[in-house]
Design a protein around this ligand. Sequence first.
Ligand code: M6R
Length: 609
Amino acid sequence: MCGIIGYTGSDSAKDILVNGLKQLEYRGYDSAGIAVLDPKTGIILKKKVGKVEELEKAAAEDSTDATCGIGHTRWATHGGVTETNAHPHRQGSVTICHNGIIENYKELTTEYGLKNTLKSETDTEVVAALLDKFYEGNPYKTIKKVVDLLAGSFALCILFDDQPGKIFAIRNVSPMVAASFDNEGNKGSIIASDLTAVINFSKKYFVVPEYHILTLSEDGIAVQDLKGRAVEPEILEVNWDITSAQKGGYPHYMLKEINEQPEAIERTVAPRVQDGLPFLADDGIDDDVLKNLKDIVIVACGTAMHAGMVGKSLIESKLRIPVTVEIASEFRYKDPIIDSSTLTIVVSQSGETIDTLEALRLAKQKGSKVLSVVNVKGSTIARESDYVLYTHAGPEIAVASTKAYTVQIAAMYILAARIGLVKGIMSEEDAREFMTKLLGVGEIMQKTIKSSNDIRRIANHIKTAPDVFYIGRGIDYTLSLEASLKLKEISYIHSEAYAAGELKHGTIALIAEQVPVIAIATEEHVYAKVISNVREVKSRGAYVILISQEGKHENAEVCDKQIFIPQIDSTFGVFATAVILQLIAYYTSDAKGLDVDKPRNLAKSVTVE
Ligand code: M6R
């Protein structure tokens, strides 16, 4: 939700900022802006509505070689998508970029009489106005004073006109990482919402500690806590390089990320197998906690929540342990029935989603141990959890989540096997067989990816449909929910997912001639039941696309098109089916000529409620 960047160093800042914003654009893309502090002419501000491309054109008109500046790509929360509302915001001698929400901005506006000073409708500009109001030449003191007044979440990058070459920064909840570097003469400091904009400069970085004031300069970064003490942040090292965050010849990040899934699964699963058994000691996950848990609550949002639903299906059927899946934004505002015997599993790609983070905090308050399944190293959710099981999807840039989803499912499978083993529900032999099958899913996914031509034809057929329905039972039903989200999100086609047996309780009224119904029937024990439901919609005119296992059931007569996943133990079919469903959404969006990677109204990580 918004991307911010700051650079100060030996090179001209303008292009570095614009290029950084391109990397961060997936976080928000309504409008973008940069401000550079030119010691000769002062602040140069450029803002544009639309994608970073527009900003790039505007920035090219300026020949400044200023070496210090900040930039922002916006996902609007307060105020419409206009140039005035775009960041950076400038008040007096202060220029800022902000990610997050200042909840008390209205109260502050009134209390400090700022109404006539403000030009935009944003919460952010109030912060700029307060900084300017209180500034008497000491940035540290001023920032501290203003931050004391703020309620809400924020990551702020600040320029003061009389502090050339310096960027000041502070954050609460909203993420920021920073690095200083010296690459053969190109020397400086960089700060950004995430690593994709930093990694070009340095593989070593630190997560900006909350409520610490950073001073970035060409010579390095000083970090001070709010008592004025110098702090040495923990330096982390990233294990992927910039090519992982680029398209690498694919037309879209989403297609690249779909193709990366076999490897991502391998990276996530292989290190957690020892002597053929599930092994989580290197992740610091305490077997006693797994052994003693009585029930499990999985909390997440969107796609991550759908991965949790697959986890529930697996854990309940294989281990007979009760699992509840909760939407984080609901969970956090109720009084959940959990205690120290509940293991709360929090699932999040970004590790930043505010609802998920607040749900985690509530679960901890209630005495539950929290284990998070997270992709982004050092993220807030990871840091606040008792245990972290990192997925190794690498950076996921497309807004529509694909590889993060399947590795989250893989993480659930590993966890389930370990819980089963330590509780004595699974024998060593069973756990070994389970892990061997899990290690094999990458290959099955690879084969499935190769069948994409059929899928492209199907996508071409459904691209003009006003509605698409997905049906399935059991695990296939949970996959339908995700498939439907994916299609809506990137193709803007209205879509619903139903448990196949539920249609005749109302929804079947919507089935008419040629309405596409995508039926998922990969699970052996409910196959015949799904086929009965398929017949029900077919006889009412639906255009049925059936997804099932190759060579098991050739049911050409009940459907219009059939897509096969390779033959596989039903429990592990989810990975291949997920690929097919992702490709259907991808090719439909592409066939409609839409911006697959940056669907309208969305942003990659949702750091607002
Ligand atoms: O970063 P998170 O996994 O916590 O994000 C949760 C959802 O916002 C996310 O899964 C969203 O639903 C997907 N981008 C949809 O494809």
